[in-house]
Design a binder for this molecule. Structure first.
Ligand code: GCB
Length: 605
């Protein structure tokens, strides 16, 4: 058999195994170093910027960063003497002029580097919203589309001894064929919004690994390790010192080794978020990660965490630091949001509507919050465009690639409120679900819809997408956008899939903190009392919901959204928060807090 046939056959077997679910996750094909557990050289800090609303930087070739040599040379741009922007961080909140800006900004970072022989170098971006073109020393090294997932380029051959210059063209204009598309209900923060790092590795290095429990098992680890470089065939070890465990495996000619071993870990759970130090070693490399082990699955109409039915007490969170009114990007930002979720009594956070930064995911895991990660496949997506399916798949792979070893992550949510009538919607989302399951068979795969009807006080849920979703996950705003048609406690349900668990992923209404002028029995729209009543009614309705496995109020904090322009009540904020952007708790907060403290985490089998 020649090399091609050999590789082809291996891939085929791998794909079949993945489909059968016997391998948890398929290794990606591109050379990407997993930076999550590595020391890095940070390129964060102050970057020079050129704001380019007309796009003229493209024909002026700003990436060449030319400086006049002769009196007759002239270039109508310069990074020096212009604005300075902090990275990470959105650009909108760093300069008044950029408040609502959607357009091009050029960023430049000069940095020194000392070339080390026998090392490879990668340039890693946590996220850039939305399009990024990256130039090193005047040469384009790559582009990336998508505002919320990491990407990287190997620059071993391109980085120089001494001074280097990195230039990034960032464009956050909305694209009808983008993900998300043009219409969305949050602020379109642009910029280099997450960390930028250099990562050094040896020539042969541990490119990636997947170390998690096999689906449904409490003691079998099923995963893989993949090496990159000229020494593909090696012995690799996976060690968990606290469990006195050392597993040895041998990588094949492609650098790949399947990993399978048994152990008796203390399981990760919201009440005991146990993480183990896991050490992965090859001849030339070592990576150390902190990994939690748990199982998550749907059995019949229940969600089981570690084989026990669990009620998901979630809250929706946007990636915004309310106090800074800016895109959240740091561990401190994450703590603010997640501590509020803990205080509310949550055991899960739904991180909407795009993958949040890695600090959110890691801190949540440490704090015992299960994480729902979501793709920005939101409302108006052009599924029949020839490129959109690829974009969805890339983002899916980037999201899974970053967070696959985070035991706290229990849900991959692939879409939110897409419309059943849209051409190719079902086909593309079904294919995406299959790709997700083939990539990672260990987590729940979920689609969120609002396609149900509510007539004659009855919810009618039909969307066939739910055949491909582990949960029936619905957003409903009864009491806010749609009035109640009867007593909440007498709500009726007609569900086309009667055996599936139901999760209410959004509900609520808007109130401006402190708007308490009206007595509660006459409370009008926008008052805290009105919002509070919506929540009280919803809780009554939950008692009628068949197979209810959890709920997630919309949402934790008031957040910025351009569409929310009521001059008195909204002022550019979606006011459905349980807490205001100044940290004031609204009446509805206490309703949910009481509900969560009364509701048991574990539900009877
Ligand atoms: C929804 C969307 C969410 C919105 C929310 C609202 O259904 O999923 O992104 O922001 O409603 O406030 O209307």
């Amino acid at each position: 058999m020649n090399k091609f046939e050999n590789t082809f056959l291996k891939n085929l077997i791998l794909i079949i195994l993945c489909i059968l679910g016997s391998i948890n996750i398929s290794p990606g094909q591109t050379a990407m170093v997993n930076v999550e557990a590595r020391e890095t050289i940070s390129l964060n800090g102050e970057w020079n910027a050129i704001i380019d609303p007309s796009g003229s930087g493209d024909y002026r070739q700003v990436w060449l960063d030319k400086k006049p040599q002769l009196k007759t040379d002239f270039f109508e741009y310069s990074f020096e003497g212009g604005p300075v922007l902090n990275v990470p961080g959105d650009f909108n909140t760093q300069m008044k002029e950029l408040n609502y800006y959607e357009g091009i900004v050029w960023y430049k970072k000069p940095f020194n580097y000392s070339v080390k022989s026998g090392k490879r170098v990668f340039l890693h971006f946590g996220a850039v919203n939305y399009l990024a073109d990256v130039y090193l020393n005047g040469v384009k090294i790559g582009s990336h589309e998508g505002g919320f997932t990491p990407f990287q380029f190997e620059i071993t051959e391109k980085i120089k001894e001494g001074e280097n210059s990195l230039i990034v063209r960032v464009d956050n204009r909305r694209l009808p064929k983008g993900l998300p598309g043009v219409g969305f209900d949050w602020l379109n923060y642009g910029g280099i919004t997450r960390d930028v790092d250099l990562v050094e590795t040896d020539v042969s290095f541990i490119e990636d690994y997947f170390i998690q429990l096999e689906k449904g098992s409490l003691n079998t680890v099923l995963g893989w390790v993949r090496l990159n470089g000229n020494q593909a065939k090696q012995e690799v070890t996976v060690e968990i010192p606290e469990l006195d465990l050392r597993h040895v495996a041998n990588t094949d000619a492609e650098g790949f080794a399947g990993i399978e071993f048994n152990m008796k870990p203390e399981l990760w759970s919201p009440s005991e978020p146990k993480l183990y130090q896991v050490i992965i070693k090859s001849k030339t490399d070592v990576v150390i990660d902190s990994i939690g082990f748990r199982s998550i699955e749907v059995q019949g109409n229940k969600v089981l965490l570690n084989q026990q039915p669990i009620f998901l007490k979630a809250v929706n969170i946007h990636e915004e630091n309310p106090y800074k009114r800016a895109r959240a990007f740091s561990r401190d930002d994450a703590r603010i949001l997640l501590e509020s979720a803990k205080e509310l009594g949550c055991n899960m956070v739904r991180l909407v509507h795009y993958p949040h930064n890695e600090y959110m995911v890691k801190e949540a895991e440490k704090m015992g919050l299960m994480v729902w990660n979501e793709l920005p496949v939101y409302q108006h997506i052009q599924f029949s465009d020839s490129l959109v399916p690829n974009k969805m798949e890339n983002m899916l792979n980037e999201m899974i690639s970053r967070d696959k070893n985070r035991g706290g992550v229990v849900v991959w949510a692939l879409s939110n409120e897409t419309y059943p009538g849209t051409a190719n919607r079902d086909k593309e989302l079904i294919e995406l679900s299959e790709k997700c399951r083939a990539n990672d068979s260990t987590r729940l795969v979920v689609h969120v819809t609002n396609s149900q009807t509510y007539r004659d006080h009855t919810f009618d849920i039909q969307d066939t997408l739910f055949l491909h979703s582990d949960l029936i996950s619905i957003n409903e705003y009864i009491g806010w956008y749609i009035p109640w048609q009867g007593k909440p406690s007498e709500t009726k349900w007609k569900v086309a899939f009667p055996d599936k668990p139901i999760f209410i992923s959004e509900f609520g209404g808007e109130a401006k903190f402190g708007n308490n002028d009206t007595p509660q029995d006459e409370a009008a729209n926008w008052t805290e009392g009105y919002q509070e009543q919506i929540y009280l009614d919803q809780i009554e309705m939950f008692k009628t919901t068949p197979n209810l496995v959890g709920v997630s109020p919309w949402l934790l904090y008031d957040y910025k959204s351009l569409g929310r322009m009521h001059p008195v009540h909204q002022q550019g904020f979606n006011r459905k928060g349980l807490i205001s952007e100044d940290g004031e708790k609204k009446k509805a907060w206490y309703v949910i807090k009481d509900y969560y403290s009364a509701e048991k985490d574990q539900i009877p089998k």
